[in-house]
Each structure stands twice: as C-alpha cells, then as structure tokens.
Design a protein around this ligand. Structure first.
Ligand code: ADP
Length: 546
C-alpha cells in the first residue's frame, strides 16, 4: 500500500468480491458518504470486481482521497472499461475514467478536512477490517436491501403526503376560481343593469328637455311679443318705463334662444333629426358665414376664410353643417381678443376636414372633453363678459354625428384652440354590382339615375322572387329593396337572404314608402329619396361593416 492510500486489496476470486463490497462500504461510511451513496459505491465496486475477474483474472483495487474519493482498479490482464460491469458501475459513481491501463472511479465527498491526523486514524481503522465470509456478506446485503426498502417506503409516504397537499391546494384553487367567476358574473350583471339604467336616464333627460322647452316656448314668445308691443305701439312711455320694457324684451329674447337651443339638442339626441343631403358648395358656404359673422369680430381680430382648393362640392346637409360651423366660429370670435379666427377645408382621402382655428384664450387640457357636456362652460375672466348657454358644442357634436362625421378639439391655454370636423365624402363611394328590387319600373329607373357613376353594374328585379334570384346569381355589393311587392315581400326576401350563409352578409338598404320601423337595418323613405340620402345610407353601411 502506498503512503496516500487509505486501503487496498486484491480481487482474485469470488470471495474477494464480497470482501471488496464490504470494504467499500466501510470506506464510504468512514469518509462520511450517506447511507444510499455507500450502497451505490459498494454495488459499483462489486460489479467492477466481478468484471475484472472474468476479463483479467483479477485486479488490485486501491482507495485514495484527492478532493474526492478515488478508487483505482489495476487489472492483472487487459481490461475493457466499455464492458457491461463497468457500464453499470459508471451509472452509480460520479465519474469513471482511464489513467493509462488503470480505471478510476470517483465519487464527490461531503465538505470536510480529509487531512493529517484524521487520515492517519482512518487508515488505522480500515487496516483492522477483517475479510468477510460469504455469509457475512449475505447478511450485510440483506440489511442494505432492508434499508433500501425502508427508504423506498419512506419516499412513497412522502410522495403520498405531497400528493395530498397538491390535491388540497388544487381543490382550494378551483374553489377560489369558481368564487371569482361567480363574482365576475355578478359584476357583469350589475354592469348591464347600470348601463340600462344609464340609458333610461339619458332618454328621460332628452324627453324632459323636449317637453320643458316646448312648454316654455309659448310663454317666452308671449313675453317677447308683449314687450315689443309695449315698446312699439303702446302709449308713449317715460324713460324709466321704456328702460324696463327694454329689459323685459332682452330677457325674453335670451329665454327664447335658450329654449330653442334646448329643443334642437333634444331633437338631435333623440335621433329624430334626419339630414337632408344635397350638393353643398363649400366655397360659397364659407363665404356666406364670413359675411354674417364678420360684425361679431372685435377690433384687432381678423375673421379669415380660406377658399378650399382641393374640394369644391361636399354632399351633406347644408343647414346642419352651417349651424356647426357658425357655432365654432362664434365661439372663436367670442373667446379671441387679438389675432385671428380662421376657417379652412381640405380633402383627406375619403373625408373632408373642416378646421376652425383661433388665437384666443384657449381651453385647459382637463376641460377639453367637458366642453361637450350640456351647460358646461369654462370658468374664466372672459366667461362673464360673453353671452352663452353651454349648449352650442354638445348640439354641434350631435349634428356632426348625424352627418356621419366626428368632431375633435385641441387647445393650448393662452395660444388658441383648433376645432376639427371630419365628414365623409359621399361622392367617393364606389360600388361594383347593385340589385334594385321594386315593382314600379319608373322608380327603378329613377334609382338607376341616382346611382349613376357610383355603381358599375345594375341589375333590375320586378318582384321578390326576381330579387332573390338576382342576388343569388350576381352576389351584389348592395341590394336596394322595396317592401311592398307582389309575391314575396321585402321582409321575406331579407329573411331568406339572412338564413343562407352564402348571402347573409350582403348589405341591404330598404327603400320604401311603407312603415320601415320594424326593419333591423338601414331604411330610407321613398318619398324623399335623393342621391345624397342614398349615398349617406351606403356610407353608413360601410361604417357598420368596418
Ligand atoms: P357657449 O359658447 O354657449 O358657452 P358652448 O357649448 O359653445 O357654449 O361652449 C362651451 C364652453 O367651451 C364655452 O363656454 C367656453 O368656455 C369653451 N369654449 C368653446 N369654444 C372655445 C374657444 N374657441 N376658445 C376658448 N374656449 C372655448
């Protein structure tokens, strides 16, 4: 045995393999390996012992400590470390390597000081190990087996416990999930309830506005009329009385204005306001506005109207658009003390953008949305000196929505405000194939005329059967449908088309003089159909599908 060896022995026969196993366990135990690792290492070495006996007729086995526990196997003849015994051993140790002709098995050690006196004591202890008989070995192996079984049992118990824990956790989590789900469902129900009530409240408000303003209009008009009469016709009034009568007239006029604005707003919000779409010349509309509003501008404030150069005609409701722009310009002029108020229009793809920009007092960022609420006015030094109701902007925004557009605002306090109105360009609408279903040939001809330049191909159908047939045959981009037709009615045509996946998505516009209230979709009144109306309806359908 060399000086750094802990223990060495020869394997020359079966009996030595038992001893090797025993000694390996002793060494492994002495250097502090755990029970399981002791068994692993002992098993590895007995595999190796058996292998070297058959391959090389025997070997010298030596244990050393060099960072880890190393077992050197020197065969008494050539040994092949790829043989099954070595392969099995390799799985039980940390490493199995070759050093020249020798095979080295190594196993990591628990941290500790494996030096000096400790090593000397260990060596002395191991030197006293006796050779074991096969019987002793059998007993030892039995004990190992028992220990291993107990270990497995313990692990199984632990696993079961863990499983129970996991199951409990799982149950708890799914219960919690279920409770959360119930909560979410309840929350949704509450939310739906709230929004239904909100809708009701909003409708009630609109009704209230409409009723009250109606009721107020008559007395307000009378007050105004009576005051006028007093001033114009009556007996000559002394200065005091004339002044008082003038005050009554002014207040009456303010009251009537307010009532009228309320009425307009109520109408716009209730959806009862129908736009009348016609060709509008933007240039002349803007010029007219300039003429009527110029007198409102303060000294030092210019009202600038830019002539639109890239869009001449816009198809929209002229009265509504004029109202919106007048409101924006009036506000601009009211809240601008120097500089300018400028209105311009330009095309932006399928839209027209109308812009009203001023160099006035501006609106604080946190008020920008609120100015569209009824009666909201920004508190400030100018607010008291200018007339207003706080109803102009909400009304203007409702009108823009009715026209199929959007209104936005941006502003910097002290620098100015820009309002933008984006409206769709109905003349930009283009359709491929259209089917017109109506039993009146004159009306079909008129509709063909309205679609001139908009549709590539138009197919006629004189009744409901023909309509269904034409739609199934040509798959149009649009069906214009009369309700009252001989044979299959318009409602039945819609029902059949919706029931068939092939035709369910084909857009339909009902054009009828019958009651279209029950129609779920876009419906137009035959008696007042114009090109603009029709195009607006087509645009509306496009927006729904988008
Ligand atoms: P009104 O002008 O009758 O008060 P509006 O609804 O038209 O009502 O406007 C609401 C408020 O928004 C105004 O009172 C004003 O405070 C603010 N506002 C609107 N336009 C401008 C603007 N161009 N510059 C500054 N403030 C504005």
């Amino acid at each position: 045995m060399t000086s750094d060896e802990l223990l060495s022995m020869e394997v020359l026969g079966e009996g030595d393999v038992f001893t090797l196993r025993q000694h390996t366990r002793a060494v492994a135990g002495a250097v502090g390996l755990e029970q399981q690792d002791q068994v692993r290492l002992a098993t590895a070495l007995s595999e190796v012992g058996r292998e070297v006996l058959t391959q090389a007729g025997g070997a010298r086995i030596a244990f050393t400590i060099d960072g880890s526990l190393r077992v050197r196997v020197r065969g008494y003849g050539p040994i092949n470390p790829a043989a099954p015994g070595f392969a099995a051993a390799a799985r039980l140790v940390d490493a199995l390597t070759r050093e020249g002709e020798d095979v080295i098995l190594s196993k990591g050690l628990p941290p500790g000081r494996y030096t000096g006196q400790w090593l000397r004591d260990l060596r002395a202890h191991l030197a006293g190990l006796a050779r074991t008989s096969p019987l002793d070995e059998l007993r030892a192996q039995n004990q190992d087996l028992m220990a291993a079984l107990e270990d497995v049992q313990a692990q199984r118990d632990e696993l079961e416990e863990t499983n129970r824990g996991v199951m409990a956790l799982y149950t708890q989590l799914s219960e919690e999930l279920e409770r959360t789900n119930q909560g979410v469902v309840a929350l949704y129900a509450e939310l739906e309830d709230k929004s239904a009530r909100l809708r009701e409240a909003s409708e009630a408000k609109t009704r209230f506005l409409a009723n009250v303003s109606h009721e107020l209009r008559a007395p307000a008009s009378s007050i105004l009329g009576l005051a006028r009469m007093l001033l114009d016709l009556g007996e000559p009034l002394d200065d005091d009385k004339r002044h008082q009568a003038e005050l009554i007239r002014e207040s009456g006029r303010d009251l009537l204005n307010l009532v009228n604005e309320l009425l307009d707003l109520a109408k716009a919000e209730s959806g009862r306001l129908e736009p009348e779409v016609v060709d509008v010349s933007l240039r002349s509309l803007l010029r007219r506005l300039r003429e009527t509003l110029r007198p409102m501008a303060r000294e030092g404030v210019a009202l600038v109207v830019e002539d639109p150069d890239d869009v001449e005609i816009l198809q929209t409701d002229e009265v509504m658009l004029t109202h919106v722009l007048r409101n924006l310009l009036t506000n601009g002029l009211k809240f601008t003390e120097r500089g300018e108020v400028r209105v311009s229009a330009h095309a932006d793809g399928d839209h027209v953008v109308l812009r009203v920009a001023d160099t006035g007092i501006g609106i604080p960022a946190d008020e920008l949305e609120r100015i569209f609420e009824e009666f909201h006015q920004v508190r400030g030094p100018m607010q008291t000196s200018v007339a207003g109701t706080g109803l102009g902007l909400p009304y203007a925004r409702s009108l823009v929505a009715i026209l199929g557009g959007e209104m936005s605002v941006r502003s910097v306090v002290g620098e100015g405000t820009v309002f933008e109105v984006r409206l769709p360009r109905l003349d930009r609408i283009h359709l491929g194939r259209v089917v017109i279903a109506d039993d009146d040939p004159a009306f079909r001809t008129m509709m063909r005329g309205l679609l001139h330049g908009v549709a590539d191909e138009i197919e006629d159908a004189a009744d409901g059967y023909a309509a269904l047939d034409a739609v199934r045959r040509v798959h149009p981009d649009l069906l214009l449908l009369d309700l009252r037709m001989p044979g299959v009615t318009g409602e039945e045509v819609i029902g059949e088309l919706r029931a068939d996946p092939e035709t369910a998505a084909i857009p339909v516009i009902v054009v009828s003089s019958a009651d279209t209230g029950g129609i779920d979709g876009v419906a137009l009144d035959k008696s007042r159909l114009t090109r603009g109306e029709l195009l607006r309806a087509v645009g509306e359908i496009g927006k729904r599908d988008a």
